[in-house]
Design a protein around this ligand. Structure first.
Ligand SMILES: [Mg+2]
Length: 289
């Protein structure tokens, strides 16, 4: 028969093992989530998101009629020849402005992964985006009003044919020669900055509105790249305060954009851990200094 001391020791050891196992179990089962979970769900399930898009395109429709009636109206601050031009145009971004790619983002959440450019290029070829609520309705209205539609997108030029097919399949107007689709690197332009592509449009058209989900869809300077900061973005956005909601209509994109890249200094090749660490430094809580 074991002594009371041995029984006591056994009980203590068993308790210790139990506590340690519980500690390990707790560690493994800590709530695991993804930084884009809520944003993806907001886009995919909420009426609030859907109606924010409806609201944006309704405002765009009101403003475009106002713009048509005013020959000096232009949505491009540098456009000086507005009054001389007969043709009018509206410039739209594509991704998360006209096209809903939230399934691409949702897969990243489900895989507990991170953005990879090679996967995006594949998505451009074979992905099946849907339409942002009321985007098509707005574009059809532009056609009724005889306003030309231009898409200035950072989808790749190499996947241009796939993008044209996608747009046509969704009922979106594309010129026979695809001239109204200005992808990234459309000759002779280079790079993701949209300024040179805006210039192509404004040569022949008075630009009535710009519609996008990213500051860089509207204006250049201080928004993208290694020199961009929260302050430089704020300065550029504020300098154009009169354009927002009148000539520039923003569609909500809670998942990604230059607003996020700037938080890790556009070090887009950083690991997810590095990016997360940088992002946490920007969160302000009640106890933050
Ligand atoms: Mg976009």
């Amino acid at each position: 028969m074991r002594s009371k001391a041995t029984l006591g020791l056994t009980a203590i050891i068993a308790l210790a093992i139990g506590l340690y196992a519980g500690f390990l179990y707790g560690k493994e089962n800590r709530i695991r989530t993804h930084e884009a979970l809520n944003a993806v769900l907001w886009m995919q399930t909420s009426e609030e998101y859907k109606m924010s898009a409806v609201q944006a395109f309704r405002l765009a429709e009101v403003m475009v009629e106002r713009a048509l009636a005013d020959p000096d109206w232009t949505a491009i601050p540098e456009q000086k020849n507005a009054r001389d031009l007969q043709k009018t145009a509206v410039i739209l971004d594509l991704d998360e402005t006209v096209l809903d790619n939230s399934r691409f983002q949702g897969q990243i959440v489900l895989d507990n992964g991170q953005f990879e450019y090679s996967k995006l290029l594949q998505w451009e070829k074979t992905g099946r985006p849907t339409l942002i609520p009321d985007a098509l309705h707005f574009i059809r209205r532009l056609q009724e009003l005889n306003i030309d539609v231009f898409y200035i997108t950072n989808r790749s030029y190499a996947n241009r044919d796939a993008t044209i097919e996608l747009l046509k399949g969704l009922g979106l107007p594309v010129d026979a020669d695809g001239a109204n689709l200005l992808s990234r690197d459309t000759p002779p332009t280079k790079g993701s900055d949209k300024h040179s592509r805006r210039e192509i449009v404004m040569k022949m058209h008075r630009v009535l509105l710009q519609v996008g989900d990213n500051l860089a869809d509207f204006v250049s300077g201080g928004i993208i790249g290694k020199n961009a900061t929260l302050e430089s973005r704020a300065k550029t956005a504020e300098a154009h305060r009169n354009f927002w909601g009148t000539k520039w209509i923003i569609v909500s994109n809670p998942i990604y954009g230059s607003w996020e890249h700037v938080l890790y200094g556009f070090n887009n090749r950083w690991t997810r851990e590095q990016k997360l660490k940088a992002k946490y430094t920007f969160v302000k809580g009640d106890k933050s200094p």
